[in-house]
Design a protein around this ligand. Structure first.
Ligand SMILES: [Zn+2]
Ligand SMILES: [Zn+2]
Length: 413
């Protein structure tokens, strides 16, 4: 390989320049491998303590002038590579780039390493990143991603009077965003049919117009076909194995997929190694007669204690259909979108009591009583030792208050 500098680059052919860049990139990848091996040894021997750092990533960021995020990635990958011999081998000889290794080390394990390395050697970095993201989403741990996305949902309005513009930014979980995108598609197409001249208008301007049309429709009481459930269909690809709790790929966090396909608001394309399977809507869609029975039993209201929501209700499969749960009255509960999300992605659970009735349990193991937090319930739970970590200061202070003062007499009625 000949050295390339700005003076010489005019003289070399494009092919030579191309080859030089390729060679250098390969050397950088191999050097990155060497760096990672050294970092791992430094980490294992806690060398960072000598410099007064608490962890290897902070030391690495300081010592080598990396951003903290880059340093963390290097340390994380270094640790993960220890149990991934095939990725390590391909990385060491420059067959796998750092970009691919960074992705692979997030999801590879002893079961899938062979297939993943094979895939990575035959596809581009961005394909590998897609595949690894889908595998991450298929893992139960992706519930954290769903929680964070749900937590970060926001709509902000900024009035820019000088420019005569209002800027609206919206952050939504992917599946909700897809729904907005679908609505925009529909509004845009409808508008194009009515005003053919619009076809020449730019895409972003038509999107903006479609958004306003949607809002006008909503304010006017909605269009005629707003009740068509197919309007809410969002396409999701997921491996059957991931739905059943094993390894597999998914285009959204797996718990969100389970929620979306509880009551059929999403068209879930289940796959087995990339081959579409025919199961899906047929097994999980709640027949009208069953839905009527569920609505009658739950009084057309969300079944979560204290929730009075009667709109956008969904039938939740207490035992998910992917795990063999039936689409029957006994296995279905009416939940609003918010509580449906809490049950799937928020760590809430549904259990049965000795009367064979469903009840909700918080992520910390505390049952949610039907009539709210009575002080008596809390004291009983505390005595039973079931109530280990009171999550709110409010509950604790209520308990303290009770221990100091005699309780009001009507607690004992
Ligand atoms: Zn559900
Ligand atoms: Zn609710």
């Amino acid at each position: 390989m000949r050295p390339v500098n700005s003076a010489a680059s005019d003289l070399v052919s494009i092919e030579e320049l191309d080859q030089s860049i390729l060679d250098l990139a390969a050397r950088i990848n191999i050097a990155t491998y060497e760096l990672i091996v050294l970092v791992r040894e430094f980490d294992e021997r806690a060398g960072f303590l000598k410099w007064g750092f608490e962890n290897c990533a902070e030391w690495l960021a300081w010592r080598c002038d990396f951003s903290l995020a880059t340093a963390r990635e290097k340390v994380r990958a270094a640790r993960a590579l220890k149990t991934l011999p095939l990725v390590t081998r391909a990385f060491a000889v420059g067959e796998l780039s750092w970009s691919k290794v960074r992705e692979l080390t997030r999801v590879a394990n002893e079961r899938n390493e062979d297939a993943l390395v094979d895939f990575a050697l035959r596809h581009t970095s961005s394909h590998v990143a897609d595949r690894c993201r889908e595998l991450r989403m298929g893992d139960v741990a992706s519930v954290e991603i769903a929680e964070r996305a749900f937590d970060r949902r926001a709509l902000r309005v900024h009035r820019d009077a000088d420019r005569g513009v209002m800027r609206i930014t919206i952050d939504l979980p992917l599946e909700a965003g897809e729904l907005v995108d679908k609505a925009l598609d529909k509004a845009r197409d409808d508008e194009c049919l009515e005003i053919p001249d619009l076809v020449d208008t730019s895409w972003s301007k038509r999107q903006a117009d479609a958004f306003v049309t949607m809002i006008k429709d909503y304010l006017a009481g909605g269009t005629q076909d707003q009740k068509n459930p197919d309007n809410y269909l969002v396409n999701i690809h997921v491996d059957q194995s991931a739905l059943a709790g094993g390894d597999g790929r998914s285009s959204l966090p797996i718990e969100s997929v389970k929620r979306l396909c509880c009551d059929g608001p999403a068209l879930v394309v289940t796959e087995d190694q990339g081959e579409p399977l025919s199961i899906g809507r047929k097994t999980r869609v709640v027949p009208k007669a069953v839905e009527r029975a569920v609505r009658a039993r739950d009084k057309n209201c969300c079944a979560f204690p204290g929730c009075r929501n009667t709109r956008f209700l969904e039938c939740h499969h207490v035992e998910h259909w992917a795990n063999g749960g039936e689409t029957s009255l006994d296995n279905l509960l009416l939940l609003c979108t918010r509580h449906h999300t809490l049950v799937h992605e928020g760590g809430f659970r549904i259990d049965k009591n000795f009367n064979d009735e469903w009840y909700f349990v918080r992520p910390d193991g505390v049952a949610v009583p039907d009539i709210g937090y009575r002080v008596l319930d809390m004291i009983d739970a505390e005595l039973d030792g079931a109530y280990v970590n009171p999550p709110r200061g409010g509950l604790l202070s209520a308990l303290e208050k009770v221990s100091q003062e005699p309780p009001p007499p009507d607690y004992f009625h």
